[in-house]
Ligand binder design. Structure first.
Ligand SMILES: *Cc1c(COP(=O)(O)O)cnc(C)c1O
Length: 406
């Protein structure tokens, strides 16, 4: 992989017409180690956030030994980078053939459920393979209420009373029993974790046996851009959220229980930026070579503000407007689909023009993993970059939260 100091150097050297992902392995390692240093238990990286081989490999190098996986594709991706990484199969609803594959081929012994029929499926395979249930830890996923950029508890999780029943049933079958929840993504209110811990505590107190573990899921917030035109939102740092969580874990007496977290976004967001090219400027519209069907669907659905940096093409001799004037542009994606328009403007220097590039920062989570081949466009070019995004020139622009009239 080609290596550059920063994205500007890459853009000017390669003059790319296709989107280019700028990977920062040292940032990824630092963010993974920071999380592991703060969380008082096992860190299992959530592979769905970004399952690129170079990411998984770098995480193994950083000391990550456990991965949260949900599908045969993810089992294989983890195995490909590490023969002995531990996998936690935390998808509550699984195909029977996938459960078999997990237990038989990949040796997975940690699994999540939220319904009795999942226990039936699991037990069928466990019997067929003649595995001692006592070697398997089954986490009962508890429903939680929260507010996150993405609310995931609507889809999965057993109500507390039902979770108690499931726990008893698993215990009778001879499994080790843990409790887990996942409160959503990009959590900005530590009370969300506390409410989930209160539910877990309620369930645990009715089980009548010691639980084998508590998995607090993911949802830890990454830092994104800030729109300087808006009142600064008070957002707790990861350190603040973690110290609250550690305090709450102690308060509910979970500090004696083996703990697991499944961070995704907070570990990988800063590790990538994306260079896109302006294919056409039409007034206050920019047509770029990426969009909601490629790398930008998360910022589109998640209402996230990404920092952006203008990279001027030196070949453009004359420019209209003033470099210092930062103005909003409506951004249209690469495909012919009329919904492929970002819901929020990019704020960029007024002089930006056809042929220039834009570096979009903090794009490592849920961007590469969500890209599609729709319309024949599939960004897949990578370079390595050594300088962290924030350490370069100040970003002049951003993809803001404000909506824009047509
Ligand atoms: C998606 C997911 C995660 C990771 O969530 P982040 O918000 O990226 O930290 C963790 N656990 C489960 C069960 C998930 O579905």
């Amino acid at each position: 992989m080609q290596r550059f100091d920063n994205a500007k150097a890459a853009a000017l050297a390669l003059r790319p017409d296709d989107p280019v992902y700028c990977f920062r392995p040292e940032v990824l390692k630092a963010d993974a180690r920071q999380f592991m240093g703060m969380f008082p238990g096992k860190t299992a990286y959530a592979v769905k956030t970004n399952g690129e081989q170079l990411v998984l490999k770098t995480l193994v190098e950083a000391g990550v030994t456990a991965f949260d996986v949900a599908s045969p594709g993810e089992f294989a991706a983890v195995r490909a980078v590490s023969p002995d990484a531990e996998m936690l199969y935390m998808h509550p609803v699984k195909a029977q053939s996938d459960i078999r594959l997990a237990l038989e081929k990949y040796g997975i012994r940690i699994i999540a459920i939220d319904h009795e029929d999942e226990i039936t499926k699991l037990s069928r395979i466990v019997q067929a393979l003649d595995i001692d249930p006592g070697t398997i830890t089954v986490f009962v996923r508890i429903q939680t209420k929260g507010q996150a950029a993405y609310e995931l508890s609507k889809k999965f999780g057993a109500g507390p009373a039902n979770a108690v029943e499931l726990g008893h049933r698993l215990h009778r079958h001879g499994y080790k029993v843990g409790l887990c929840f996942h409160v959503g993504s990009q959590i900005e209110d530590p009370d969300v974790y506390e409410r989930a811990l209160a539910s877990a505590d309620w369930v645990r107190n009715r089980l009548g046996f010691d639980i084998a573990g508590l998995d607090v899921g993911g949802g830890f917030p990454a830092e994104y851009g800030e729109d300087p035109r808006r009142k600064k939102r008070e957002m707790p740092s990861l350190g603040q959220i973690m110290s609250r969580l550690r305090g709450d874990l102690r308060e509910y007496g979970f500090d004696e229980v083996p703990l697991v977290a499944e961070p995704g976004r907070v570990i990988v967001a800063r590790a990538f930026s994306l260079i896109v090219r302006v294919l056409l400027r039409k007034g206050r519209r920019l047509y770029i070579n990426d969009g909601i069907w490629a790398s930008l669907s998360d910022s589109w659905t998640g209402k996230i503000t990404l920092p952006a940096r203008f990279i001027a093409d030196p070949a453009i001799r004359s420019r209209n407007g003033l470099e210092q004037n930062i103005v909003p542009f409506k951004v249209c994606g690469a495909t012919c689909d009329s919904v492929d328009i970002l819901s929020r403007p990019f704020w960029l220097p007024e002089t930006i023009d056809t042929g220039d590039w834009i570096e979009i920062g903090h794009i490592g989570a849920y961007s590469l993993s969500l890209r599609t081949r729709f319309n024949g466009f599939y960004p897949d070019t990578f370079v390595e970059v050594t300088t962290p995004f924030e350490e370069g020139e100040a970003p002049q622009g951003l993809a803001s939260l404000e909506t824009m009239a047509d």
